[in-house]
Design a protein around this ligand. Structure first.
Ligand SMILES: C[S@@+](CC[C@H](N)C(=O)[O-])C[C@H]1O[C@@H](n2cnc3c(N)ncnc32)[C@H](O)[C@@H]1O
Length: 265
């Protein structure tokens, strides 16, 4: 019998060799990653556009795990009160260094403690911030508690790039996708939600073939790597332009308690 989505999520989180499910290790990771986080992440213009439309009329927005503000700062242009919550002081320092407008407030605390520090906002957002939370049920309940009307969960199934997809299929041990598990968890909770898939593009410029091979870390010969990734590669001088599209899954969850569903815990 397949385990329930919360157990499968927990098993997935606890399978991480990095042990970032221990808060101290995750915080140490973000301490060193903060400086190059923005450069290592793709821009998400289509996701920002979609969310901005959805947030029209909202008076307040809370992002839990806001990081450097990649999503929150552009969204703050359309929402009067915005709170960026994160437990990594280094990530929030990067956000602050971008001189956010006065309607953006930062709060440095773990999601688990947030209800003691932050009032409910009209909308809440969690984008790739639950990946190392073993107790998904508790994390979702906390986000719901902080949302007056609705919240948005952004995730993907971890197969964003062609080389990671290929590496996983060669290894033959596909892990369950986080976006899929989140949907199953919401269903298990009987929470009302909608699903949106948003296509984004990623482009990397690699100065030469060794750099491409180092990035892809595929257990294949050079010509096999080039063959497999051929649809995504364009020659650029001595190197390559490597471009692909990937999908962001947005789950929009209603935080309103419907009489026919009863109070959902
Ligand atoms: C992958 S980054 C995503 C940042 C941002 N949402 C984005 O999409 O660019 C995850 C962020 O969540 C934060 N985070 C992870 N677990 C957290 C927790 N329990 N409480 C508060 N922040 C947390 C990390 O510090 C990190 O800044």
């Amino acid at each position: 019998m397949t385990a329930d989505p919360f157990t499968r999520w927990r098993d997935l989180v606890l399978s991480a060799r990095s042990r970032r499910y221990e808060a101290g290790r995750d915080l140490a990771f973000w301490q060193t990653k903060a400086a190059d986080y923005d450069d290592s992440q793709p821009a998400l213009p289509n996701t920002v556009r979609w969310l901005s439309q959805q947030l029209r009329g909202a008076q307040s927005l809370l992002e839990v795990g806001a990081g450097t503000g990649r999503l929150l700062l552009p969204l703050a242009e359309g929402v009067p009160h915005v709170t960026a919550l994160d437990y990594s002081p280094e990530m929030l320092a990067r956000l602050q260094a971008k001189a956010p407008p006065p309607n953006v407030k930062t709060v440095c605390c773990p999601l688990q403690d947030a209800p003691a520090h932050v009032p409910p906002h009209d909308a809440a957002l969690s984008a790739w911030s639950l990946a190392y939370q073993p107790d998904l049920r508790s994390a979702l309940n906390t986000i719901r508690q902080l949302s007056r009307e609705r919240f948005y969960l952004l995730e993907d199934d971890g197969i964003g790039s062609p080389h990671v997809q290929l590496r996983r299929s060669l290894a033959g041990n596909p892990k369950p996708g986080r976006a899929t598990l989140l949907r199953e968890a919401l269903r298990a909770l009987s929470w009302e939600y909608g699903v949106q898939h948003i296509t984004e593009q990623r482009e990397l410029i690699l100065p030469n073939t060794p750099a491409l091979l180092a990035l892809t870390r595929l257990p294949l010969l050079e010509n096999e790597v080039l063959d497999a990734l051929e649809p995504y590669l364009t020659r650029q001088g001595a190197g390559w332009r490597y471009r692909w599209t990937f999908e962001v899954t947005v789950l929009t969850v209603s935080a309103l308690i419907r009489a026919d569903l009863g109070a959902v815990q």
